[in-house]
Design a protein around this ligand. Structure first.
Ligand code: SF4
Length: 441
C-alpha cells in the first residue's frame, strides 16, 4: 500500500533529452508509490522539481531563470521545497545552492531516485548528493510515458568522451541493465497495454551484458515479448554494426528509423571531436542501412563552428548533408561546455560565422527534408495515433514507422491504435494523409 505523506503535492518540469524524460517518468512513479501526489500547477505544489540538462549553456540558463521564477511561491509558502535533479545538479553540486540559495535539494544523475527520502528529511540523507556508484540498476523500473508508449533504459552513462560533450562527466561511465531485466520490463509494459517502446542509452550500440550485445538484445526483445513496435536511441557510428541492420531488416517489429549523429562532414573535425570514425565509414553504414531496408528514415545531429573549423571544413559538412540526404536533423552551433576537453581549445570561430553557417545548413536540410517527405506520397504508413493535432481536434496526430508525424482527418481513431494512413501531402516537417483500408495484417 502507498504511504501517506504530509505536504505531498509535487510538480515536475523536465529539460533535455529522452533519457531525462525516462528518468522523470521513473521518478514520478517512485514519488507516487511513496504517497506523493502529482499536480500540474507549480503554485499548488509543496515540492517543485526540475530535472535538468547540461548539454548546452542555454538549457542551464533556462533552469536558472525558472528557479528564480518559482521563488515567488517560496516567499508565499515557506514550507515549499525546491529540488534540482539530473545533469545540472551533477555538474554544479553545492555551487548550485551558492548561486540560488532558495534551492533545497540537489541530486545528481545517480541519486535522483532518492528524492522521496531526501525530501522527507530522513536521517542519513544530505540535501546535496552527487556521488556516483549509488544507483541500483535493477531498482530503476521503466514506467509508461502515456497509455501506449514507454521508454526502457538499457544503459546509463557513456564511455566515449567526445571532446565537446559533458554527458560522461554528469552521467558517469557506461553501465548496462541486464538483458533479462530489459526483456522483463518490456513485457511488463506490453502487459499494461503499451504498443511502442523506445530502448534508450547514450550509445545503444556499445550495449553489452555478458555475451549479449545490442543486436542480440533487440532480437530477444522482438522475439520474447508481445510489444508491437520497437525503437532505439541513440546510435554511435563507430559501434553500429551491419548485424544490427540485418536484425532490423529481418524484424518488422523494429521500426525503420536510425538516428545516427554525424556531427561534422570533415575528418579532421571529427577527429578533434573525438568521434573515432571518418566520413567514409559513416557513408558505408548509411549505404548498408539503405541497401538492407526497403524503407528507412535516417536522421542525424550536426554541429557547426567547432573550434578551428575552417570554411572548407564547414563546406564538407554541407556536402555530406547533400550527399547523404537525411530525413531530418538536429542542428546546433558549437558552444563551450566548461569541464569538457574542447573547453581547452580556442573557441575561435566568430559567433557571426557560427550563426551564418548554422542558418545556411538549416536552409539546406529543410529543402532536403521537404524532398524526402515528398517521396512518402502514396505510401501507406502504419502510424501510432498519439492524439489530436495541436491546431485542431478535427485532425489526429500519429507517428509513422519512420518516426515522422502525420496528420489525418479524425475518423475516430483512438490514441494508442495503429492505423494505415496513406500519405497525400507533405511539407518539410509534417506529413498529411488519410486512413485507408488495412493493406497488410
Ligand atoms: S557518445 Fe559522445 S556525444 Fe554521445 S553522450 Fe557519449 S560523449 Fe556525449
Amino acid at each position: 500500500m502507498n504511504e501517506v505523506v504530509k505536504n505531498n503535492k509535487f510538480h515536475i518540469t523536465t529539460f533535455g533529452c529522452q533519457m531525462n524524460l525516462a528518468d522523470s517518468s521513473t521518478l514520478v512513479a517512485t514519488l507516487l508509490t511513496r504517497g506523493y501526489q502529482r499536480v500540474y500547477e507549480e503554485k499548488e505544489a509543496d515540492l517543485i522539481i526540475f530535472n535538468t540538462c547540461s548539454v548546452r549553456e542555454k538549457a542551464e540558463e533556462r533552469v536558472f531563470g525558472r528557479l528564480w521564477e518559482v521563488y515567488k511561491y517560496k516567499k508565499e509558502k515557506p514550507d515549499l521545497k525546491i529540488a534540482v535533479v539530473g545533469c545540472m545538479a551533477q555538474r554544479l553540486g553545492e555551487k548550485l545552492i551558492e548561486k540560488v540559495p532558495h534551492v533545497d535539494f540537489v541530486l545528481g544523475t545517480d541519486r535522483l531516485f532518492e528524492l522521496p527520502e531526501v525530501a522527507r528529511g530522513n536521517n542519513g540523507y544530505h540535501p546535496v548528493m552527487t556521488a556516483f556508484g549509488h544507483e541500483n540498476m535493477d531498482a530503476i523500473k521503466p514506467v509508461r510515458e502515456n497509455d501506449f508508449s514507454g521508454f526502457v533504459t538499457i544503459s546509463r552513462g557513456c564511455d566515449n568522451y567526445c571532446t565537446y560533450c559533458i554527458v560522461p562527466y554528469v552521467r558517469g561511465r557506461e553501465r548496462a541493465h541486464s538483458a533479462d531485466s530489459i526483456v522483463e520490463n518490456v513485457q511488463r509494459l506490453a502487459d499494461e497495454g503499451v504498443v511502442e517502446i523506445m530502448l534508450l542509452g547514450q550509445n545503444v550500440n556499445s550495449y553489452r551484458w555478458h555475451d549479449t550485445d545490442f543486436p542480440e538484445l533487440l532480437e530477444r526483445v522482438a522475439a520474447e515479448t508481445d510489444i508491437r513496435r520497437i525503437r532505439y536511441m541513440t546510435s554511435h557510428p563507430k559501434d553500429l554494426s551491419n548485424r544490427l541492420v540485418d536484425v532490423m531488416a529481418d524484424n518488422e517489429k523494429i521500426m525503420p528509423h536510425v538516428h545516427l549523429p554525424l556531427q561534422s562532414g570533415a575528418d579532421r573535425i571529427l577527429e578533434r571531436m573525438g568521434r573515432k570514425y571518418t566520413i567514409e565509414h559513416y557513408n558505408k553504414i548509411v549505404d548498408y542501412i539503405r541497401s538492407r531496408l526497403d524503407y528507412v528514415a535516417v536522421t542525424t545531429d550536426l554541429i557547426v563552428g567547432f573550434p578551428s573549423e575552417t570554411e572548407a571544413e564547414y563546406e564538407a559538412t554541407l556536402r555530406a548533408v547533400s550527399d547523404i540526404q537525411f530525413d531530418s536533423a538536429f542542428m546546433f552551433r558549437y558552444s563551450v561546455r566548461p569541464g569538457t576537453i574542447a573547453a581547452e581549445y580556442d573557441d575561435d570561430v566568430p559567433e557571426a560565422d557560427k550563426i551564418r553557417r548554422l542558418n545556411k545548413l538549416i536552409d539546406l536540410q529543410q529543402k532536403i527534408s521537404f524532398e524526402r517527405n515528398q517521396r512518402e506520397l502514396g505510401r501507406v504508413c502504419y502510424s501510432l495515433v498519439e492524439g489530436f493535432s495541436r491546431r485542431s481536434e478535427e485532425f489526429s496526430r500519429a507517428r509513422t514507422e519512420g518516426n515522422k508525424i502525420v496528420l489525418f482527418k479524425n475518423g475516430g481513431a483512438a490514441p494508442g491504435t495503429v492505423v494505415p494512413v496513406k500519405i497525400t501531402g507533405a511539407d518539410a516537417f509534417t506529413l498529411h494523409g488519410e486512413i485507408v483500408e488495412e493493406v497488410r495484417c
